[in-house]
Design a protein around this ligand. Structure first.
Ligand code: SDX
Length: 424
């Protein structure tokens, strides 16, 4: 065990150094405050590790993303979303028997309690589906109240199985169509597409191109180590709140336009550029003006200082799927031009602002007929197994403690109460 030395006010403290399996190095400051009275400061947690984890490895400089050691490029090409869920949750690829049983469980648990459909009647038609999703997921705890006593495993299956149904019901509600029940003979992704787009009056023809594309999209979104929403899930889970409350909190964190809400913001930005005549260079210039408040959505990343490997896969997928579907989407043209111009501009290059996962995903969701306000819900469906794997990892770690960061107080020092008569 090597150590790091910190000298403060003339005193030197030896702090343990932790090394991960990919040679990442961390200085363990667990005892720093007890030893020195000092804490560290790192708003945004740019250089702060919250935990050790064996789920996902990212190398932001080399553009590497692996789930349990498997590169996402291989999983996206050769696996499917249900198998990747099992991998993230259990640490190993399933054998044929395990995978068959897991698929059957997800099918068995795909319905929501019929009474939950009444909740949808209370939402206005314009309700954002992320608001509905976080509310409905939290409400699942009222139907499975003993989530602590009941095994976490069955609640994990319930959530992965039911999140599709809740999302599709929210969409149907927003367009005033009747909800479509899950069908047991359909695969995970085909079932979701059917619940989204089938109508009682006619048979919905499931397009295998879209099923494969959806599997790849959900795999690429499945986990991303300690991002904002996953850290939120771990924060809430650390208080021993139930699994549904923890996941609902993650859904809310993902909603923000700087995080998972970016895919909706990217499409809206591309739409604005298109309707403004397609002059993408004007928007690149605007994104560089500090006080414009405008950012090129889908660009930049806290960890990737090179290409986001997911964006690389999604860019190619966008072309392939649109070609297969015979769709000529002008927004894809604008996206590629925007990317080209930005990556030649020193403002973006010097800040290492490359396209991230959200830059191309919306083009694909649009090609599937998924409305823009459902894009972040799609991100949540993909990220759910990652959130659940981190929930499990934290709960299985007997040494894990409630998350409770410290602060440096900068407010008023002690003063006495002023009676009203003496106030100005
Ligand atoms: C996701 O963490 C994860 O893993 C997230 C995610 C996952 O899978 O969970 O990968 C998913 O959330 C992807 C990111 C989606 N968000 C967006 O596309 C929104 C646009 N991008 C950003 O706002 C920003 O890049 C972040 C939020 C992604 C990263 O923010 P940071 O790391 O806090 O960086 P920063 O805001 O401090 O920016 C550094 C500099 C600043 O300029 P200076 O102060 O140095 O002059 O870069 C500029 C920023 O103004 N900048 C941008 C920009 N992103 C950063 N300028 C213009 N357009 C942008 N998109």
């Amino acid at each position: 065990m090597t150590t790091a030395s910190l000298t403060l006010d003339g005193k030197t403290y030896e702090l343990p150094v932790i090394r991960g399996t990919e040679n990442e190095v961390a200085v363990d400051i667990t005892r720093l405050r007890a030893q020195s009275g000092a804490i560290t400061m790192d708003p945004g947690f740019n250089s702060t590790g919250a935990c050790e984890s064996a789920i996902t490895f990212i190398d932001g400089d080399l553009g590497i993303l692996r789930y349990r050691g498997y590169p996402i490029e291989e999983l996206a090409e050769r696996s499917d979303f249900v198998e990747t869920c099992w991998l993230l949750l259990n640490g190993e690829l399933p054998n044929a028997e395990q995978l068959k049983a897991f698929r059957a469980q997800l099918t068995y648990h795909s319905m929501i309690h019929e009474d939950m459909k009444k909740f949808f009647e209370g939402f206005p038609p314009s309700a954002h589906p992320m608001a509905i999703l976080s509310a409905m997921v939290s409400s699942l705890s009222t139907y499975y109240p003993n989530s602590e006593e009941e095994s976490t495993e069955v609640n994990i299956v319930r959530l992965i199985a039911k999140v599709r149904t809740i999302a599709a019901y929210a969409y149907k509600k927003s367009i005033g169509q009747p909800t479509i029940y899950p069908r047991n003979e359909l695969s995970y992704c085909a079932n979701f597409l059917n619940m989204m787009f089938a109508v009682p009056a006619e048979e919905y023809k499931i397009n295998p191109v879209l099923v494969k594309a959806l599997n790849m999209l959900l795999i690429l979104h499945a986990d991303h180590e300690q991002n904002c929403s996953t850290s939120t899930v771990r924060m809430v889970a650390s208080s021993r709140a139930n699994i549904f409350a923890s996941i609902s909190a993650g859904i809310s964190a993902l909603w923000g336009p700087l995080h998972g809400g970016a895919n909706q913001a990217v499409l809206e930005m591309l739409q604005v550029i298109h309707e403004d005549g397609g002059d993408y260079k004007k928007f690149v210039m605007k994104a560089k003006e500090k006080d414009s408040g405008f950012r090129l959505m889908g660009f930049g990343h806290r960890v990737y200082k090179n290409f986001d490997p997911r964006a690389t896969i999604l860019r190619k997928m966008s072309y392939d799927v649109l070609q297969e579907m015979g769709i000529d989407d002008p927004l894809l043209e604008i996206a590629c031009n925007l990317e080209k111009v930005a990556l030649e501009d020193d403002y973006f290059v010097s800040r290492k602002l490359y396209p991230n996962v959200d830059f191309y995903s919306g083009i694909l969701y649009r090609a599937m007929g998924i409305p823009t306000n459902m894009f972040t819900v799609m991100f949540a469906i993909g990220r759910l197994p990652g959130w659940l794997a981190h929930f499990k990892e934290l709960r299985d770690d007997d040494s894990s403690r409630i998350y409770r960061p410290r602060q440096v107080y900068t407010g008023a020092t002690q003063r006495s109460y002023i009676p009203m008569s003496e106030r100005k």
